[in-house]
Design a binder for this molecule. Structure first.
Ligand code: ME8
Length: 519
């Protein structure tokens, strides 16, 4: 097994069903997890639900059920979403689990032992929607004169006794962390925002609540539950078995990547490393704040009536298609937009017409014209050139871009290699060689067979089901479907030696029709 790679998504608030933003984050994390496995890393992938806090308590009250019932019902929808979207998580963590309460209390004790927690009174502007206090200077006035957070959510003046975390002591250590590790916060735009925020000085953070009890109890302080973000962030340690399973913590911690949305970078890049430093634990290697996904350029909201169920979208267009579209269309880190037309156009042009058609044409011709029989052959310069172009895209360019989370750039390099195959097939015209030079026809088709195998392995993290189907059709063994296999020059000879003929292929990337407009 290769080096460990620990990746997490944010844990979602299960106060409603998952939306397209949740699906986007889960898919992106899954592509990274699958890619790192392809690259030989031993991956641990964690996701889950963030079930405490006022937001959950209020929603449950609205529905006249307990927060526990709400969490039980809704978290199942998030599990179902991950399963339906082929998200290969290892751990789905729910913060209401007993072990999570124990882990969070242990982190608290360590911060307390470090002298970083003290009891005081809190007065300030609190937004339930963001589960966050805001400074006076950050508050804006809405059209109707109401007070709003900088995110535009309503805030209330709140007074309570509260435990505080000495965040003010951590501004310098945090700035040193950002300076010494330019990749700690990515993309750079997010890094700059956080640095400006911390350079402005940090105030101590209120980390307990007495006004409600739906949370993790503060050890030794009756009536106090922890601020939901203290418990939420600790999920990344709980899932490893912290504090009991020291071996697992040593193996996987610090996390290689916390993948989150841009709205919660401050919590992950300021509060979380400060808590960890206080508790004497290493900080994560990277926090990446992806952009928001917009519906035809607009944020989805219940009031606009444009909320998309991600599973309906996957059902309509196919899971692999949705995954491909999201990773291809949006420059990762920036906001992106989707619409049924954009999904259909992209999927048809690239997956169905360019790649799918190439696979289908070549496999059918090998099946029909060569009885599916593979054999070794003498390559011409043109064949070698194509194989090497495809190899460069699949083994170098795409992996390099994916390591940097530049998915669209990586897929573009892959697409250029697909186009090169299509140009080669047109130039070589194997259909015309059938009568005139059948040996040359074989060489052309077998060259393409080799190229298709490489292209399919490289794109497999994005479209895992279709890729597995193609690799099965090609007869590529399960143990030879990773990046290391792309550098293996003996594979084709081994494949030929199996004597296994290629069967009649069936399309892995169907053409999509745009759905008729609903009346
Ligand atoms: O923030 N596009 O939970 P959450 C892309 N519980 N991503 C989006 C999005 C959109 N339109 N809307 C939301 C929370 N997200 C906390 C996290 S972590 C210790 C606690 C992203 O359910 C959002 O940025 O509101 C976040 O990363 C994730 O979805 C869950 O959001």
């Amino acid at each position: 097994m290769g080096d460990p790679f620990y990746i997490t998504t944010a844990i979602s608030y299960p106060n409603g069903k998952p939306h397209i933003g949740h699906a986007y984050e889960a898919i992106a994390a899954d592509v990274i997890a699958r890619f790192q496995r392809l690259a030989g890393r031993e991956v641990r992938f964690q996701t889950g639900t963030d079930e405490h806090g006022l937001k959950m308590a209020q929603k449950a009250r609205e529905l006249d059920i307990t927060p526990r019932q709400l969490a039980d019902e809704m978290s199942q929808h998030f599990i179902d979403m991950c399963d339906a979207l082929n998200v290969s998580y290892d751990v789905f963590l729910r913060t209401t689990e007993d072990r999570h309460h124990a882990a969070t209390q242990e982190l608290w004790r360590r911060m307390e032992a470090a002298g970083d927690l003290y009891l005081d009174r809190y007065e300030g502007w609190y937004s339930v929607r963001d589960e966050a206090y805001y400074d006076e200077g950050e508050i804006v006035t809405g059209e109707g004169g109401e007070k709003l957070s900088p995110q535009g959510t309503p805030v209330e003046w709140t007074v309570e006794e509260s435990w505080f975390f000495r965040l003010s002591n951590y501004a310098e250590p945090l700035l040193a962390l950002y300076r010494d590790n330019p990749d700690f916060i990515q993309p750079d735009s997010r890094r700059n925002e956080v640095m400006r925020f911390v350079e402005g000085g940090l105030r101590d953070l209120s980390v307990s609540r007495t006004s409600f009890d739906w949370g993790v109890k503060v050890p030794g302080s009756d009536g106090h539950v922890m601020y939901v973000w203290v418990d939420a962030l600790t999920n990344y340690l709980t899932g490893l078995g912290f504090p009991d399973d020291q071996a697992a913590v040593d193996k996987w911690w610090p996390a290689d990547l916390h993948l989150i949305g841009k709205d919660i970078v401050r919590f992950h890049a300021v509060y979380w490393p400060a808590f960890l430093m206080s508790a004497g634990l290493p900080v994560p290697r990277q926090v990446f704040g992806h952009g928001f996904l917009l519906n035809r350029g607009q944020k989805e909201s219940k009031s606009l009536g444009n909320v998309t169920d991600p599973l309906a979208l996957a059902g309509q267009f196919g899971v692999d298609t949705l995954r491909y579209f999201l990773m291809r269309e949006v420059a990762f880190g920036q906001d992106g937009s989707y619409s049924p037309e954009a999904i259909v156009t992209r999927a048809n042009a690239e997956l169905a017409n360019s790649f799918g058609n190439l696979v289908q044409r070549v496999c059918s011709m090998i099946f029909k014209n060569m009885d599916g029989r593979l054999h070794t052959f003498a390559e011409t310069e043109a064949d070698q050139e194509l194989v090497s172009k495809v190899r460069t895209a699949c083994a170098l360019e795409l992996p390099q871009a994916f390591r940097e989370l530049n998915f669209s750039t990586g897929i573009e390099a892959w697409m250029r290699a697909v186009f090169a195959c299509n140009a080669y097939i047109d130039e070589q015209a194997p259909w015309a060689l059938k009568k005139t030079d059948p040996a040359r026809m074989d060489a052309v088709l077998l060259t393409l067979f080799m190229a298709i195998r490489d292209l399919t392995i490289a794109i497999s993290p994005v479209v895992p089901t279709a890729a597995a189907k193609v690799l099965d059709q090609l007869g590529i063994p399960a143990g030879e479907r990773d990046l290391a296999a792309l550098g293996d020059t003996e594979w084709f000879a081994r494949r030929v030696a199996t004597g296994e003929p290629l069967g009649q292929p069936s399309p892995a990337f169907p053409r999509l029709e745009l759905p008729a407009e609903d009346e």
